[in-house]
Design a protein around this ligand. Structure first.
Ligand SMILES: Nc1ncnc2c1ncn2[C@@H]1O[C@H](COP(=O)(O)OP(=O)(O)OP(=O)(O)O)[C@@H](O)[C@H]1O
Ligand SMILES: [Mg+2]
Length: 478
């Protein structure tokens, strides 16, 4: 039987593996020691204990791998072939289909792997490539031993692999803390086994890896006026808060429409508004106000904000001011917002740039009327410029069709064009033109509360669902 029993006493012997396997492992061990004189395969001070420290240590994951549903493994940054070569040797007699795939960017190391594989007639694929530059990889199992930190391995699994079932990792004494840290960003299940070769260490098999959504700061943006930005901010915020999410709305428009729409005043002095945060007079935590609605807070705005651009002209870091302040809020665990929604003004001014720099993602309301798409070209260009220079991970989360009129042919034409051009970035739900949506703000409440059964409310409830579902899709993409 090839299982971990054969290394119980830190000894590979004939009782547990076939004579052939044993001699192949020996051959490989000696090859490493010989090659280690010229290139650095293992650290010199582990040469004496190579059998335990490296060969047996690698071999102990065999129980995770010798399974019916596993035919391919990918060893990341394998170096000397630990554990990839060891596992290939052990699997040779167990599963004829089994194949080990290596990514090792060093020329000498990958040549060493090729020589060994050829000599021992192993079923392998050796890629002398940088794993970070690969895309759409498929494998049953990803293995990594001493290549990169866990968080980096997860990121590689998530972005560079299209398909995998498990990840197998070797963790040391601080492994539990490392896994704990990883749960901040990832959901996963794991099975662990005590290391047979090193006290306090363990090997784990990770399954169901999913990335937690960390796109929290979302700007509602379109430089065109009156397209439904503020209406969307107010009602998405209300919808999310009704779904038990904690939301902070930042009114970044001197018109202060989100402020009044959520029932606060935009005519008081500017001391407690976003203006005094952006000009450096106050911390953002000092100006956050509660609204009448549970879990929904607001940073208000008023007309003074329109002076900011001129007043801060000499400050070279001003584009980052909002980002810096919002980062403070997100790092303050007491605040624990699930989302920060920013209502942008109808311009591509400093305020909009601040929002683009601070945001993780954007929702673009698009009024289904003539010339609707033309305006977007300029917005897209601005977004690309910001990505290039100031915020590389910024993304468009979705485009929301607004003021949709079923009876008007133009609406469906604009819809068709938008879907054709932006594909699945366009939300399925389109918000209809509905007079209740324009009445609600004068009462200082979201339409979801003003008249929860009107068509506008139904649309914004469904939009909230779709917005939240996007995250589930992203989380399960791996
Ligand atoms: N689906 C809709 N049906 C009817 N009226 C709507 C709809 N959406 C928004 N409105 C109304 O249209 C006007 C403009 O909407 P809103 O203020 O949300 O747009 P905006 O993009 O924020 O405008 P601005 O660029 O001036 O900030 C408001 O009076 C609003 O109440
Ligand atoms: Mg507005």
């Amino acid at each position: 039987m090839i299982d971990s029993n054969f290394i119980k006493n830190s000894k590979i012997d004939f009782k547990n593996v076939s004579r052939e396997t044993f001699s192949e492992l020996n051959y490989y061990t000696n090859a490493i020691l010989t090659k280690n004189k010229n290139i650095n395969l293992i650290s010199k001070n582990t040469e004496k204990s190579i059998k335990t420290r490296h060969i047996l240590d690698s071999a102990q994951i065999i129980d995770f791998i010798d399974k019916k549903d596993i035919n391919t493994c990918t060893d990341l940054g394998s170096g000397a072939g630990l554990p990839g070569i060891v596992i290939s040797i052990l699997m040779k007699e167990r599963n004829k289909l089994f194949k080990m795939i290596f990514y090792e960017k060093s020329f000498h190391k990958s040549n060493f792997l090729k020589d060994i594989a050829k000599k021992l007639n192993l079923n392998v694929e050796i890629n002398q490539k940088n794993i970070f530059e690969q895309k759409n990889l498929k494998t049953d199992v990803i293995i990594s031993r001493a290549f990169k930190p866990v968080s980096v391995i997860f990121e590689i699994a998530f972005t560079n692999f299209k398909k995998f079932k498990y990840i197998i990792l070797f963790l040391g004494k601080t492994g539990k803390e490392i896994l704990n840290e990883a749960t901040k960003k990832w959901n996963f299940n794991y099975e662990e086994k005590k290391s047979l070769t090193s006290n306090g260490s363990f090997v784990i098999k990770i399954s169901n890896l999913k990335k937690k959504m960390d796109k929290k700061i979302i700007s509602i943006i379109n430089q065109k006026g009156g397209v439904g930005k503020t209406t969307t901010v107010i009602n998405l915020a209300a919808g999310l808060s009704m779904k038990e999410k904690k939301v902070l709305v930042i009114d970044l428009d001197p018109q202060g429409n989100a402020t009044t729409g959520l029932g606060l005043s935009n005519s008081e002095n500017s001391e407690n508004t976003i203006y005094s945060v952006l000009n450096g007079n106050k911390k953002i935590s000092e100006v956050i106000q509660e609204t009448k609605f549970d879990r929904l807070n607001l940073v208000t705005s008023n007309v003074d904000l329109s002076g900011l651009e001129v007043e801060t002209a000499g400050d070279s870091r001003r584009a980052f001011k909002l980002k810096d302040e919002l980062t403070l809020i997100l790092n303050d665990s007491g605040a624990s917002y699930d989302y920060i929604l920013i209502d942008c003004p109808p311009s591509l001014s400093l305020l909009t740039i601040m929002a683009l720099v601070a945001s993780d993602a954007l929702v673009v309301p698009l009024q289904t009327e003539f010339f609707a798409l033309e305006g977007l070209t300029q917005l897209m260009k601005t977004i690309e410029r910001i990505k290039l220079n100031l915020n590389p991970t910024l993304e468009i989360r979705g485009i929301l069709l607004t003021m949709y009129d079923r009876r008007n042919k133009l609406s469906s034409q604009v819809e068709a064009e938008a879907r054709n051009y932006f594909k699945d970035k366009v939300y399925n739900i389109a918000v209809p033109r509905n007079v209740r949506l324009s009445e609600a703000p004068s009462h200082g409440v979201p339409v979801l509360i003003y008249d929860k059964l009107c068509p506008g409310s139904k649309a914004y409830f469904r939009f909230t669902e779709e917005f939240l579902n996007q995250e589930k899709q992203i989380e399960t993409a791996a």
